[in-house]
Write a protein that binds this ligand. Sequence first.
Ligand code: R5P
Length: 329
Amino acid sequence: MKTSPFVIVSTEGMHETAASVLKILAKKYRIQLPHYRVEYEPFANGEVLPHVPVTVRRQHVFLFHPMQLPSPNDAIVKLLLVNDMLMRASVAGITLVLPYIPYLRQDRKHKPRVPISARMLADIIESNRAVERIITVDMHADQEQGFFSIPVDNVQGMHVFVEQFLIQFKKTRENFVVVAPDFGGAVRARRFAKKLGDAPVAIFEKRRPRVNASEVVSIVGEPIEGKTVIICDDMIDTGGTIRGVVSVLKERGAREVFVCATHGIFSGDSLEHFARAQVPVMCSTSIPRSADFVKHTKSWLSMVPIDSLLADAVFQATRVGGSVSHLTH
Ligand code: R5P
């Protein structure tokens, strides 16, 4: 019997994404990969014991794992346990498919006596020598790839959003202005604007007086009065950043406002705020959600699948001479 050199393994929360990626791989690239699901055996004290029911010896594993579920801290420990399990099961190597990676906002010492959590996370993930590559979507900052000493394919989520806008506004050929909600998002907004046919860009200057709070200080770039504005960000967490930007845009006379954010975290009471505001928001499926969540948010939130981007990245990672530059730039 011929065994595939590659196999897809998924953990709870990512089984559907992995299955959908497999379908795309089969349809678009005519490759069929085995798919195994990790099972967790829970212990009374909260520990878990992961187990994969089939041998993966000498196979290269693409491990799909959700890093926000049930919480970032739980997800990190589970990832480390599953990596250890795979290494001890004698896999040939592991490519982690982590559409969202937590802690990446903590990428520098912005005040004394705080950790650089993003760097620490990179160190602990790659301390397992079987981990060879990471496929992710929209890291908080591109340069964080440098925290890892293994290759990171940082796929740009904007590809799926741009597609949606071009379809939606095909007939009207809308004059968009793309807005970055802070200086850190300027590169992402410029890339987005370029794909929309060189749309102009405005950049907001944001201040964080404390954790989980943000204030708009100033705006640089294109005037927004009367314009159709697309705010483009890597994530919505508490929603404070986006809410602040939307209210300034409305004060300044924007005609219509749309929001695109790759990772829809929606902490605290942010869902209620967005439901009240009824500003159209698009997020990707980088953080998997239940059918119930989708149903309750559908009046303002569209979840755009990123499975095809992940499938392309996985496919290219299986090829000698494969290239992901069309996905990462
Ligand atoms: C910040 O630098 C990020 O790009 C996001 O704008 C921010 O993390 C979103 O957080 P929140 O929704 O809590 O304002």
